[in-house]
Design a protein around this ligand. Structure first.
Ligand code: SF4
Ligand code: SF4
Length: 342
């Protein structure tokens, strides 16, 4: 959440933004304009990657300010382009869209939340895996994680609907495992910022995978592979998950080779601008995949269905295997084979 009291107008956030080329004076001017509630050039160029929250040395969360002003002015291409999607999401969140779906499971096991994703957005066979066996599964528009609305000029959706989404999950009266980290970000970060109590226990997917792997060490076949990581935007709100991923990699015999575009320097998958600036989107994708290949990776993993869909074309064309994190664990458990190059 943007905290003006922490901002000393150093300009670091927008000097480091790799989607504009601002010098320090320009960066400072831009942030000052936004802080005063005025329109600024960055609104049209920000691709909503959330990286500037990481670049800010004082924790002022400048990306939240940029997103707020993008929504307020409504002139940025990615905001103008998404009016129908925002209307559709609002209907679903208010219970006027598709009904929620629930696959009942073992009463003693937690619920696996697909948020508002379709089952088919995750790899085929995900629900057949021992990783999720016996879990109740829910999905639907009223379980939407909301945090991704920043990519379509809907940052206010978090404030408006977070209580409702958390309440809908609380009705299940069970522990929740979030298959997508944006749901976890809503419960763990955004709800706290808004003072919304979360009346159930919840886990990040990586924590769930770690629990399974640690309790089934005899099933793990070390992969002895090098794998690059496509971190999604929500990782910027959840710095703790990087250590969890390292632990998963260590348990299954995977090395994360150092690459240029990782951690603070990670590249956006480019989805937010796919329809508004396709040339830049493709340039980002190709830089990203080339970097993963250059670091010697045998594959790149994704953790978000949207990143996964976007990365399909460049990884396929450039000859790098792309694997969803759950499938990487399934390979180590012997459930599925290492993929042929996609
Ligand atoms: S969110 Fe990303 S694209 Fe937008 S201003 Fe911050 S660093 Fe730049
Ligand atoms: S938001 Fe952070 S990085 Fe940006 S100008 Fe303010 S203090 Fe500096």
């Amino acid at each position: 959440m943007w905290d003006a009291s922490k901002c000393d107008f150093c300009g670091d956030c927008l000097v480091q933004c790799r989607y504009v080329n601002y010098d320090r004076d320009k960066a400072v001017t831009e942030i000052k304009l936004l802080a005063e509630g005025k329109e600024a050039d960055i609104l049209n160029h920000c691709i909503t990657c959330v990286a500037c929250n990481d670049f800010c040395p004082t924790g002022a969360d400048p990306s939240d300010l940029v997103f707020k002003m993008q929504e307020a002015f409504g002139t940025a291409p990615l905001v103008r382009n998404a009016i129908p999607q925002r209307d559709h999401l609002a209907q679903g969140l208010e219970g006027r869209g598709a009904p929620v779906e629930r696959i009942p499971g073992d009463p003693d096991k937690p619920v696996l939340s697909f948020d508002s994703f379709e089952y088919s957005h995750f790899p085929e066979g995900t629900l057949d895996s021992d990783l999720f066996k016996g879990m109740t599964v829910v999905r639907g528009p009223e379980y939407m994680s909301l945090t991704g609305c920043v990519h379509m000029g809907g940052v206010s959706f978090v404030e408006k609907y977070a209580g409702r989404v958390i309440g809908k999950l609380a009705e299940l009266d069970k522990d929740i495992v979030y298959l997508h980290n944006e749901g976890y970000a809503l419960a763990h970060v955004k709800a706290k910022e808004l003072g919304i109590a979360v009346p159930f226990k919840y886990k990040h997917l990586f924590e769930h995978l770690l629990d399974y792997l640690k309790s089934h060490p005899d099933r793990i076949m070390k992969l002895n592979r090098k794998v690059a990581y496509q971190a999604n935007c929500a990782t910027r709100w959840l710095p703790e998950q990087d250590a969890w991923l390292d632990e998963i990699f260590s348990l299954i015999g995977v090395e994360r080779p150092p690459r240029q575009y990782e951690k603070e320097n990670a590249l956006c998958c480019s989805l937010p601008i796919l329809n508004t600036n396709r040339t830049l989107a493709i340039e980002i994708q190709e830089k990203n995949v080339k970097d993963a290949i250059n670091c010697g990776a045998d594959a790149i993993i994704t953790i978000c269905p949207f990143c996964d869909a976007v990365m399909r074309r460049p990884t396929s064309q450039m000859g790098l295997s792309k694997i969803f994190i759950t499938d990487l664990c399934r390979i180590a458990l012997g459930e599925i084979p290492w993929p042929a190059k996609n």
